[in-house]
Design a protein around this ligand. Structure first.
Ligand SMILES: [Zn+2]
Length: 290
């Protein structure tokens, strides 16, 4: 399928390669992932989660998903004339395996759409070939992650569950289990598509026992609103309400100062600790309109 065949003839004529930036490429691959979701929903006759990679694999001509010991690697896509094979790291948790497989299916969508040459031509104007190669690889991985997110947590279905339950920190685990994704992936998806605007944040503990902000995602997703929704303090010393979330399993409520478009605002935030040992982290949801 050509990149532009998703659009009407008029739109296709107007859309030149030069206008295809990474954001546009992201829209195209998400649109393609949606078509695959729609086909699956039609085939099964319902849109109940989970949406599992093995179901999409059949539709995408992937003949097998094989669990293997891949060391540090999450998954690989092996392309053959008679159908592709995905090898996924058997030592990773099942939810991570799901995301890794969906990411590899994203690679098949990326090559169908022939987006790679466009990314190469348009997005990176540096003359350093190594820097170009790295930036290109990062862009490809981001596009495949966007596709994986739409495949495992289709926006329309995810939104239905969100509005049915109402957004709260306790919802993260519930949605993660319904959609068979990690709590991190579910938290990011909530921030991306929730009708009630909120920011998802992840905190990790440093050697000095402070909690350090590892990432944040606001409405519209990772690529949008980068300069917004920044907590004024990204390093929180012990003791604090956030540390209580780290130490105990029950959720905590607090307020936090955020920089929103150069204005400082105090937002209500709910936080909860997830995982054990070295993998322990705190996820927060800050609500922009409460
Ligand atoms: Zn990849």
């Amino acid at each position: 399928m050509s990149v532009y065949s998703l659009f009407s003839d008029d739109t296709a004529r107007q859309e030149s390669r030069a206008s295809l930036n990474l954001e546009r490429a992201t829209c195209l691959i998400i649109e393609r992932a949606r078509q695959l979701v729609n086909r699956l929903v039609e085939d099964r006759g319902h849109d109940k989660p989970p949406f599992l990679p093995k179901e999409f694999a059949l539709l995408q001509g992937i003949k097998e998903i094989v669990k293997a010991d891949l060391g540090e690697v999450s998954a690989v896509l092996l392309r053959f004339h008679d159908g592709d094979i995905i090898k996924v790291n058997a030592n990773h948790p099942p939810v991570r395996q799901n995301f890794s497989c969906a990411h590899e299916i994203g690679h098949t969508l990326l090559s169908e759409l022939k987006l790679e040459p466009c990314i190469e031509d348009i997005e990176f104007r540096t003359f350093n070939p190594q820097a170009r190669a790295r930036a290109r690889a990062r862009a490809k991985e981001r596009l495949c992650n966007a596709a994986a997110t739409e495949l495992l947590m289709p926006e329309m279905v995810f939104k239905k569950y969100l509005s049915g339950f109402g957004v709260s920190i306790n919802l993260i685990e519930r949605l993660a289990s319904i959609f068979r994704v990690s709590v991190q992936a579910a938290a990011i998806r909530i921030a991306e598509v929730s009708i009630e605007p909120c920011v998802a944040l992840l905190w990790r503990r440093t050697k000095s026992k402070a909690l350090q902000l590892a990432w944040r995602v606001g409405p519209g997703g990772k690529s949008r609103g980068k300069a917004y929704y920044i907590p004024v303090h990204t390093h929180v010393r012990c003791p604090s309400t956030l540390h209580k979330a780290y130490q105990y399993d029950s959720p905590v409520k607090s307020f936090k100062l955020f920089k929103l478009d150069n204005v400082i605002k105090r937002l209500p935030m709910e936080s909860k600790g997830f995982g054990r040992g070295d993998a322990r982290r705190v996820i927060s949801l800050a609500f922009l309109g409460r």
